[in-house]
Design a protein around this ligand. Sequence first.
Ligand code: GLC
Length: 744
Amino acid sequence: MASPSATPARFFNLDERDYAAAEQRCRALLARMTLAEKVGQMSQFTSDRDTTGPSIREGYQDDIREGRVGSIFNAFDADFTRQLQTLAVNESRLGVPLLFGYDVVHGFRTIFPIPLAMASSWHSEGVEAAARVAATEAAAAGIHWAFAPMVDVSRDARWGRVMEGAGEDPLLSSRMASAQVRGYQGHDPRALDSVAACVKHYAGYGAAEAGRDYNSVDLSERVMRSVHLPPHQAAVNAGVASVMTSFNTVDGVPASCNALLLRQILRDEWQFRGLVVTDYTAIMELLEHGVAADPRDAARLAVNAGVDMDMQDGYFLDHLAELVEADDVSAARIDEATLRVLILKDVLGLFEDPYRYCDEAREAAALLAPEHRRKAREMAQQSMVLLENNDLLPLSPAPQRLAVIGELADSRADLLGPWHGDGQAQDARTLLAALKDRLSGAEVCYHAGVPIDIDDTASRQREIAEAITIAQQAEVAVVVVGEKEPMSGEAASRTDLGLPGQQLALALAVIASGTPTVVVTLSGRPLVLSELTAALTGQSAALLHGWWPGSEGAEALVDLLLGDVSPCARLPMSFPRNVGQLPLYYGQLPTGRPVFRENPDPRYSSKYIDSPNTPLYPFGYGLSYTHVDYATPQLDKPTLTGPNDQLTLSIELTNTGERDGVEVVQLYLRDPVASISRPIRELIDFQRIEIAAGARERISFVIRAEQLGFIGSDLRWRCEAGRFELHIGAHVEDTQMLTFDYQP
Ligand code: GLC
């Protein structure tokens, strides 16, 4: 685990001199502001532009004119944001420009695969490039502030928002968080394609009990710091400009009034200097949590705990001035929060030119630019995970008679996934259309199969029989099953992770038809695919998990199915055998009665009597169209001595296949004896390498003491002497072990 940061986090890539200059300018403005104007800067409202135009609150124009709004979200496009900005700049007393925020989570108009899919690429540079495209398009549409990256570590696929994060592992989530912050914020906050990023949701939201969205989170502080905070800290260390608080309680205290999170850890330990905004109406929700007696109390608790901006509920606007007059909130706290808002606007250049992001020509050129579509297609190719392939894929030579089955095969909207910004279904093609286009000379027959969200076995026999018929008339069948877009995402927790409706029956029937069958699963989360996987055994069949692949997802799917590109993705989250195993993750503690691989069935051990403990598909797993052999790994010495020493692990890889490939080499640590029980595996590094057909590549990993450390029961980071195991391989259940000693 990374040790606590020793130096102040860079804010939005500013060096100290530029930060100080911005602060000085903003302090001069702050001195001219009334208390009411300061409180206005701390207030953010939505503009429901896609309904009846802006509907921030009744009389929104007056709110802006009278300086009662510091930021608006869900407002975009160059023209509309210019209208709103003109009100603020020309008609309010001090002309402080508005800050426009929006959920740009996996693309703005060109939609990339959902973040959990992008994490499957393990490709930091690719994820950074995706965020760069998203920032370029969002900034061209008038947006200054992206509410991303979402970095919630989650080990419970019942929680619908796993689709927004990077899965179960703190290190992979941290690498994805840093890459996105770099991508959104660019190198210069004043660049016209830079937007402020906002790491969310701080903190622990992904550990909602029972996988039920918005539910309580009860973790030890040690687990919070070891598992859930590292990606947030990685974002802070990458210079993230803002943090968004989460809806959940942490050990009984809601995150939006949690001084341990917002002051001690974020400010004192990490030395974060940016802005803290709440999630949507999270201050109002302090009443429901039962920690605030009334709105005034809720506003007091939140602002005194360290919240700088109130999203949507207006409690700051309604109560902060009076709280200051009653001395329940200090004027200094209001100044501190207001200054952070002003500094963010200053470093974005909004005081110099409030309209610099409102440029219709730049907007027209940026949205859906061919280069953006190309990058989205490339990322989609790299994010789809090949789970099974019984010598069927790639379909090369291409089939002359193809059956395409399933409602999702003819859907565009479901490819985009939730939080798809301003992405439009019409910008995407369906898999069916893309296949017909690419197989122009072939006969492609389609059947929608069974309606996804209707679960009535009886009346589906006809559809299934029809689907079997077209499958039997084809050389190959492609069955597309999974979730429709509303079945994952916010407020979409599920207790059953199987294929919704009668899709499993449909897929099993097509597999049993005797026609070689490719099953493509689309979803926002890991699904329970045990019966499907069992049915594929011994058949000429394959299983490709496409997640929700974005605007270019259909093209990317065809690229993979026809073999133009080889799959190279690896799972960022374990796929369970059944929902009863959840929460499920590779980095579990050994327990006092572990199940040993060589003797998996001792009665009195930590196991189930009706299922193996292991996932159906483990963390880090994924197939490709080639095969890479791992030679025996070597260490350059047997002992690591002191905090400044390093070990080098080297290993030779050989691509024994006939196709070029990409290998994600994963390095896990085990600390078998320590002052607390340590996980059976911890990812401490990985390398994503391209390896040509027949080529040998020798790669090495440098291991340092800081990678051996952990947070002890005293909550202090430590690195203890002893023997350590390194496990290197293609996924967490396929590794070779080495040992070494660490002497402090
Ligand atoms: C939502 C989400 C958060 C989002 C915010 C604004 O409820 O929890 O991720 O940024 O509201 O849309």
